[in-house]
Design a binder for this molecule. Sequence first.
Ligand code: SF4
Ligand code: SF4
Length: 89
Amino acid sequence: MKVEDKLALNKFDVDRDVHITVNDVVCVECELKPCVSVCPAECYVIRENHMTFSYEGCLECGSCRIACPKGAIDWVYPRGGFGICYQYG
Ligand code: SF4
Ligand code: SF4
């Protein structure tokens, strides 16, 4: 089974309250931007030389918070009942 097929078994109930925020002013000074390469859900994307973030597809793995060298990521789990539900299908 491919990774894409496994991810398709997950269910998201996206919370209106954002559970991850990024201080993108700090990101301007970040050369390597490791968040882009470590996020398995591709929530971090470089667009026109700026790092953009969207939380909706987050897998709640915590990799971005660990990888960020500048402490720019404010990270909590979504509220109970929201976020990802693994192996739903
Ligand atoms: S690693 Fe941290 S500081 Fe660097 S671009 Fe990503 S969120 Fe911003
Ligand atoms: S917690 Fe994991 S899936 Fe969510 S944004 Fe960070 S790296 Fe991506």
